[in-house]
Ligand binder design. Structure first.
Ligand SMILES: *[C@@H]1O[C@H](CO)[C@@H](O)[C@H](O)[C@H]1NC(C)=O
Ligand SMILES: *[C@@H]1O[C@H](CO)[C@@H](O)[C@H](O)[C@H]1NC(C)=O
Ligand SMILES: *[C@@H]1O[C@H](CO)[C@@H](O)[C@H](O)[C@H]1NC(C)=O
Ligand SMILES: [Cu+2]
Length: 368
């Protein structure tokens, strides 16, 4: 009897491990010892204040609601930017969008892509905590888990515990990145159905085309609904667990890793164009869709897992240039000494070398 009970206790975690685990989690687990060793050496982060970021499907309804409430709160807090220069930035949430617009050409396809977006996602999480009393962490969207049918995922199912659903179905064309999906119109379900998008647009590929911004720089006030065009057309081909595993296992250096991730059918585009629409399908203003942050948390998690597969050789490494247009337009090779300045979105300027670890510098979190 006692032995049977003991066996049952052992067998249950083993079985749930088999059921809920996946090949990306296996790689994450494989790298955990290296990450723990790094945490032990950290100058700033300890086990006592370490935070854990979890997948949207793994957090409770109360935790989802707390995150959503904090996002709605930050959308109500006033902007800190000059109203005459940035008339479209009404809220603190919009401030983050402005920072992304402003730096778009120097943070994508560059050596700073991963570190910049890590810091940016963390900065929003800090704003939720410090300005809106949020006590949770930034959740992530495991693309592979919901790749077959993102519209039915708890992230996009349109329920009160989702990040709102698809846009209303309207007749429209696809873009260079994604065929037309199942929506295209205004988001009419879930917590963000009444959200007003104001900045941009700045890309031309979205159909139906959003109204033009009154200012060429996209900072003018252009109020409109949040639109999405979710489908599984990209996710079911390029956003599966196996695709993430291939990325992590096949990239032998940081240059290959960041380039593969950002290629046309890489996981970065796949996440963005699984959401698509306006602003989600617009390169400059994509953070204006609240699902941007769960997507970029997964980008960050994938980087972290890749790092921990060979941590000593994958931490203080850099490749690529400083400008998306590479070495034209005054670009040069990116350096670990280059600053990352988030302006109004974060109070401190860090060097890239201080942003490479999730358990050092300003950061103190791991992914579960
Ligand atoms: C835009 O970027 C420039 C150069 O990086 C910077 O000086 C300026 O403060 C930024 N403006 C905003 C609003 O972020
Ligand atoms: C975090 O916030 C939730 C919801 O507001 C609350 O129920 C919970 O007690 C808080 N936890 C801590 C540790 O403050
Ligand atoms: C959304 O906006 C509509 C029209 O402006 C309003 O009637 C409705 O109460 C709003 N709903 C929420 C949840 O704020
Ligand atoms: Cu970006």
């Amino acid at each position: 009897m006692v032995r049977l009970f003991g066996f049952a206790l052992l067998a249950v975690p083993l079985l749930t491990g088999l059921v809920s685990g996946d090949a990306v989690k296996d790689l994450q687990d494989k790298g955990r010892a290296a990450l723990d060793a790094q945490l032990a050496k950290s100058k700033t982060c300890t086990k006592a204040n370490l935070q854990v970021r979890r997948e949207w499907g793994d957090i409770s309804a109360a935790e989802k609601k707390a995150y959503i409430a904090a996002m709605l709160c930050i959308m109500e807090k006033p902007s800190k930017l000059d109203r005459t220069k940035f008339p479209g930035a009404k809220s603190r949430y919009d401030d983050f969008v402005v920072v992304h617009i402003n730096q778009t050409m120097s943070i994508h396809g560059t050596g700073s892509f991963l570190s910049w977006h890590r810091y940016y996602t963390w900065a929003l999480e800090q704003a939720l905590r410090n300005e809106c009393g949020y006590n949770g962490t930034q959740p992530y969207w495991d693309w592979g888990r919901w790749a077959a049918d993102p519209e039915k995922s708890p992230i996009f199912d349109g329920s009160e515990t989702s990040l709102s659903g698809n846009g209303k179905k309207v007749s429209h064309r696809g873009s260079a990145f994604a065929p037309a999906g199942n929506g295209g119109g205004c988001v009419e379900t879930g917590p963000f159905k009444n959200m007003t998008v104001r900045l941009g647009p700045l890309s031309v590929a979205i159909d139906p085309a959003p109204a033009r911004n009154p200012r060429a720089d996209g900072y003018g006030d252009n109020p409109r609904c949040l639109r999405r065009d979710i489908s599984n057309q990209l996710s079911s081909r390029y956003g599966r667990t196996q695709d993430i595993v291939n990325l992590i296992q096949n990239a032998r250096n940081i240059g290959t890793f960041q380039d593969t991730m950002q290629a046309t059918n890489g996981v970065h585009n796949t996440g963005h164009f699984t959401i698509a629409g306006d602003p989600g399908g617009d390169f400059y203003i994509s953070p204006n869709d609240p699902a941007f942050y769960v997507h970029h948390a997964m980008i960050d998690r994938t980087w972290s897992i890749w790092q921990t597969q060979d941590l000593s050789n994958r931490l203080q490494v850099i490749a690529g240039g400083t400008s998306m247009m590479s070495f034209g337009f005054g670009g040069r090779m990116q350096s670990l000494e280059d600053p990352v300045d988030l302006g109004v979105a974060a109070s401190k300027v860090y060097k890239i070398k201080d942003l490479v670890s999730t358990v050092d510098g300003p950061f103190c979190y791991v992914y579960e």
